[in-house]
Write a protein that binds this ligand. Structure first.
Ligand code: ADP
Length: 241
């Protein structure tokens, strides 16, 4: 973790949903949701499949527009926000099982594509950043390994590393613990803890699994019947099998 760290301001509001209502058809999926995420915080969004977790995040990233209410990202109305290097998105791991023989390093480097365009070669700073994220995610030794041959937890760490190469201040994880066993989950949790507590990244983790990262979360909210309700972490732990 030798790369110089940018100064982070912990406690800065990153994302705000303000009285947001949204429906794909006439029936609202979300009703009057008010929620904030600050830097240096992990917000776990839980709830069963179909409850509206993805919809909530898509509204937060401006991919959907509220029927009423508003969303601000880094203090700007999300529809005007353009600085997407500040946002890292890690999709569900389905795509990592690609038949292409891509190495961990190639996958992680591909996170720079939007910034480099098709022609520019990575700079020394880019390379330093790549090394840093490989180390933070604990996969430096796996750099030449084909991603398709890694375990679920290692693939997930490679995908998170790819999202981190632009040094985002907001990281969105979609079902990060699916297909990841308990030991690998602990390693993933440790890497995330560094990102959140030391680097001050704001993280949203959405999961249908109440175990998700609820124990690492500063706040757990549940999407239920169109509402977003705060959940006590103790409540989540009690419900574990
Ligand atoms: P979750 O992420 O919690 O599984 P989603 O946000 O994906 O839930 O979905 C919430 C509800 O909205 C579900 O009833 C789903 O069927 C519906 N929905 C999701 N996407 C669309 C869409 N593009 N068009 C119509 N309905 C949708």
């Amino acid at each position: 973790m030798s790369a110089p760290e940018p100064q982070r301001r912990v406690g800065q509001t990153i994302l705000e949903w303000d009285h947001v209502t949204f429906g794909y058809g006439r029936t609202p999926v979300l009703r009057d949701v008010t929620l904030q995420l600050t830097s240096g915080e992990l917000l776990a969004v839980v709830g069963p499949n179909g409850s509206g977790k993805t919809t909530l995040v898509k509204l937060g990233l401006g991919l959907l527009h509220p029927t009423s209410g508003s969303v601000r990202l880094f203090g700007q109305p999300v529809e005007r926000f353009r600085d997407w290097g500040r946002v890292g998105y890690v999709p569900q791991r389905a795509g990592a099982d690609s038949p292409l023989p891509l190495s961990v390093l190639e996958v992680v480097r591909s996170g720079l594509a939007g910034h480099l365009g098709l022609v520019r070669r990575p700079t020394a700073a880019d390379r330093q950043r790549i090394e840093h994220v490989l180390e933070v995610m604990g996969i430096a030794e796996l750099r030449t390994a084909p991603v398709s041959q890694l375990s679920g937890g290692q693939q997930q760490r490679a995908l998170i590393a790819r999202a981190l190469v632009t040094a985002p201040q907001l990281l969105v994880l979609d079902e990060p613990t699916t297909g990841v066993d308990a030991a690998a989950r602990a390693a993933l949790r440790q890497s995330l803890e560094h990102l959140i507590r030391v680097e001050g990244v704001g993280v949203i983790s959405i999961s249908h699994d109440p175990e998700g990262f609820a124990d690492l979360a500063d706040r757990v909210v549940e999407v239920r019947a169109g509402r977003v309700v705060a959940r006590d972490r103790a409540d989540v732990e009690v419900r574990r099998p």
